[in-house]
Design a binder for this molecule. Structure first.
Ligand code: FAD
Length: 426
């Protein structure tokens, strides 16, 4: 762990988004900032009593909201520095995955996995344990090998996976509450090509086989019938697709996961080979991802409980379907990060893209959580959930350690927000 001192000067106020991407959260900050250097950011943090960073604003809840200073790090110099020897890249935390990916690809490298959209910032995505899919792939935070962050007193702290071990595992999925992340070091792999295939109408009994059938697999459904509507397989390009696959029908035209939305917004399908960063996300950079008019919730349960979890949700399918745009089923490999929803659990992940109507959606979220409760679901930190804080604490073996780490790194509660106080009481 390396700590650097800071010099105090004034901070800049500038234009920062006032709402999140979905529009369901209007930030309550009394001032918005866009510093252009790390030193300026450090002075801003040192001089503030209450401060948070916003990434690309793609979260759906108020963990990142503050009544103090809200700061974007997008004005800091952007850099993608590859360390060829270590097989790692260090990037500015505010950079979007899509921009990082393009630059990495031109240098012959890839990230092992990506989320469904490339629009999100690296630091914001890592802070909430954002994930893609694949039984052997961890969430995006598991690729983090190092972090540089501005801590509550304005110091610059560097933490490293190898040198800081367990402490580091407690800091990566940090909910933005341990400091403002300026730079992130990520593991890279050699660039690779994938082909994306969409198959229609999967029997539920074949779900487990389908989820393990390719590099990354997403299954979409709508809870209107027991059959699963679409399987999106992102398959290593030199492997040939099975001709007659699990009783499904191959799509003959490009699809969008949300019915009625334009397939042009989606990455190429129909088996056309292409680079990893243009196949792993469902949505293209520069186009609207998903519907744009929506809320989202997501729950991680043990992978072995997949069939039972879906059967439990059958009881509330009649509540889900009327407020649902689409449901996505994915897998994520277990990890050791304290607040990762995949902490020591290979996971089956049930995602809901809801209509944009909080009042109609919240009771259904509660019903979903009640049905999933026997499987100790861990909600996505960036999406809508209503889990009781005391209950949530029982689902994370390192919850108390994380709360202690919060107090240690931020004794005056500078990075705390109302929602953080609720879930991690002092
Ligand atoms: C259309 C759509 C599709 C999505 N698909 C997926 C998906 O496939 N998989 C998945 O897991 N999630 C998905 N999400 C959720 C999304 O990835 C997460 O909410 C993610 O956190 C968004 O990143 P962001 O940069 O927008 O972060 P923000 O929403 O801006 O911030 C998230 C949190 O990180 C903190 N933060 C941001 N920047 C910093 C920083 N520099 N330092 C410290 N803290 C910081 C904020 O304070 C906040 O608490 C999707 C969301 C949308 C809107």
């Amino acid at each position: 762990m390396i700590v650097q001192g800071q010099n105090a000067t004034s901070a800049t106020t500038a234009d920062v988004p006032r709402r999140n991407w979905a529009g369901n959260v209007r930030y309550a900050a009394r001032a918005f900032h866009r510093p252009t250097s790390t030193d300026e950011l450090r002075r801003l943090v040192a001089g503030s009593t209450r401060i948070r960073a916003v990434g690309s604003g793609h979260s759906f809840n108020r963990f990142g909201d503050t009544d103090g200073d809200l700061v974007t790090l997008a004005g800091l110099p952007q850099a993608v520095d590859v360390d060829h020897e270590r097989g790692q890249v260090t990037v500015s935390g505010a950079m979007r995955y899509g921009d990082v990916a393009r630059q990495l690809h031109t240098q012959g490298y890839a990230l092992a996995n990506l989320a469904s959209l490339p629009h999100i910032s690296v630091a914001g995505a890592v802070a909430t344990a954002t994930h893609g899919s694949g039984q052997t792939h961890g969430n995006l935070a598991t690729a983090v090998a190092g972090l540089e962050l501005v801590t509550a007193d304005g110091d610059l702290l560097r933490v490293d996976r190898d040198a800081d071990g367990d402490t580091f595992a407690g800091m990566v999925v940090g909910l933005g509450a341990l400091g403002l992340v300026t730079r992130v070091t990520l593991d890279v792999v050699p660039a690779f090509e994938l082909r994306q295939y969409v198959s229609l109408d999967l029997h539920r009994e074949a779900l487990d086989e389908a989820l393990g059938s390719a590099y990354s697999v997403s299954v979409f459904t709508d809870w209107r019938t027991p059959r699963l509507r679409e399987v999106w397989r992102k398959q290593v390009a030199d492997q040939s697709p099975p001709a007659d696959w699990l009783g499904t029908t191959a799509a003959t035209e490009p699809r969008h996961p949300v019915l009625g939305m334009p397939p042009e917004n989606c990455t190429p399908q129909l088996g056309e080979p292409g680079p990893w960063h243009e196949r792993l996300p469902h949505f293209k950079l520069g186009f609207t991802p998903s519907s744009g008019d929506e809320l989202q919730s997501e729950y991680h349960v043990p992978r072995t409980a997949a069939a039972a979890a879906l059967a439990a949700l059958d009881d509330v399918a009649h509540l889900i379907a009327p407020v649902l745009l689409v449901c996505e089923l994915r897998t994520v490999a277990a990890d050791e990060l304290w607040l990762s929803p995949n902490h020591q659990r290979d996971s089956f992940v049930v995602h809901f893209t809801w209509i944009d109507d909080t009042a109609a959606v919240l009771p259904v979220v509660a019903a979903v959580e009640e049905r999933l409760a026997p499987f100790a679901p861990r909600p996505h930190w960036g999406k809508v959930f209503v889990t009781d804080p005391a209950e949530l604490a029982t689902r994370y073996p390192r919850y108390a350690d994380f709360t202690a780490q919060l107090t240690h790194l931020d004794p005056t509660g500078k990075f705390r927000t109302d929602l953080l106080d609720r879930y991690f009481p002092r």
